[in-house]
Design a protein around this ligand. Structure first.
Ligand code: NAD
Length: 357
């Protein structure tokens, strides 16, 4: 097949350290970045992880702050900033999922301090220049190269305790980044290679993790996939699927990774005819006959939620969700039509397997 015209934008320099037990090198990595007094960040649930990192950093740890929360509330960032200023902090180490990575990015946005991210979910935020912050009940998203973590340590051992349910939905969240990168208007052949390989890694890992959450091979596949899918997210513009998830998360307070899991097969079915080459790559990576059905079966087979109803959404909210989703739509392979979006949401609410073409 001829190569289509494209633009390839190199990404800011970033150091990625991957492997089981690699968090043991956090102190060397801090020195490499010139950090002498780091603040270690986590959610309350991962305070043990944060304290362990503080121990590894030894004299290079200036403070531990275990109050990161979903959607990066600005008041939490301000509490952390007060410690940064009073304790002479000169770098951050964020251990956790997208919520904790977001706090590290918010501090870097305000200070340009160097960051180390130690991701323990598959959300992929550590690879992107995107920061979403919440204040007064509304979330604003910005892009700035300053927020990209300078160093990322992917340590498989830290993911072994990620609950099986969250592992599957977080993996589907990562796949969603790769899927939309494959039909993005600003995609390119290199990103498509990464995206396809990212989906392939998760197609191997997702069925294996619920059966044995401590399966190190499957965990390594998933974390490797998270890295690749994170690059895909960072490199391209997202479309209908992400728009719908932002609407459902922002206006209806549905949980992040679960919402991605439920919506993805239906957003892909919506775009199937308009993005055939991407669909072929997705199906090939999944080892399935068709992309949308393959994604549905991957999630359902691993015991993930498949319906918006299970996530607590009321059926009478679907009309309003469709209205919000069609206002200011993202660019998308298939034009956004209100009735078809309403039908998509109905399928997702009931948890129907997408129909084969
Ligand atoms: P999360 O960070 O909110 O984590 C969910 C819960 O799981 C937390 O309590 C966390 O402490 C816990 N947890 C994480 N890893 C664990 C582990 N290995 N073992 C045990 N518990 C663990 O969830 P998430 O899905 O990673 O992140 C969602 C947030 O990230 C959302 O706010 C989303 O908007 C944001 N996000 C941002 C970007 C970006 O590029 N800016 C990309 C993806 C997601």
């Amino acid at each position: 097949m001829p190569v289509d015209p494209f633009v390839f934008q190199a990404r800011p320099p970033q150091r990625v350290v991957f492997g089981k037990g690699r968090v043991d090198r956090v102190s060397e990595e801090a020195v490499h970045l010139g950090i002498r007094r780091a603040i270690v960040l986590s959610t309350p649930e991962q305070a043990d992880h944060a304290n362990a990192i503080a121990g590894l950093l030894g004299e290079h740890c200036g403070a531990v702050f275990s109050h990161a929360r979903m959607h990066t509330p600005v008041d939490v960032t301000e509490q952390a900033m007060a410690i940064v200023r009073t304790e002479g902090i000169d770098g951050t180490v964020a251990i956790g999922g997208g919520s904790t990575t977001g706090l590290g990015k918010a501090i870097a946005y305000r200070t340009d301090l160097p960051q180390i991210a130690v991701p323990t979910t598959y959300a992929g935020s550590e690879m992107t220049d995107i920061l979403g912050e919440t204040a007064d009940g509304s979330k604003k998203t910005l892009r700035d190269p300053k927020v990209v973590p300078e160093t990322v340590i992917y340590d498989v051992a830290l993911t072994l305790a990620l609950p099986a349910g969250l592992s599957v939905t977080s993996g589907m969240n990562a796949i969603a980044h790769a899927v939309e990168a494959l039909y993005a208007p600003d995609g390119n052949p290199v990103v498509s290679l990464l995206a396809e390989e990212g989906i392939r890694s998760f197609a191997a890992a997702i069925p294996a993790i619920p059966a044995d959450p401590a399966n190190e091979g499957a965990r390594a596949d998933a974390l490797y996939g998270a890295w690749l899918c994170g690059i895909a997210l960072a490199s391209t513009s997202m479309a209908l699927h992400h728009k719908l998830c932002h609407v459902l998360g922002g206006s209806f307070d549905l949980p992040h990774a679960e919402t991605h899991t439920v919506i993805l097969p239906h957003a892909v079915a919506y775009n199937a005819e308009a993005a055939r080459p991407a669909m072929e790559r997705i199906a090939r990576a999944l080892g399935a006959d068709a992309a949308a059905q393959g994604l549905f079966d991957l999630a359902a087979g691993a015991g993930a939620p498949t319906s918006l109803r299970e996530l607590g959404m009321h059926a009478d909210a679907l009309d309003r969700a469709a209205d919000i989703a069609v206002a200011n739509p993202y660019s998308n392979p298939r034009p956004i039509e209100r009735d078809a979006i309403r039908a998509l949401l109905d399928d997702a609410w009931h948890g129907r397997r997408p129909a084969t073409a």
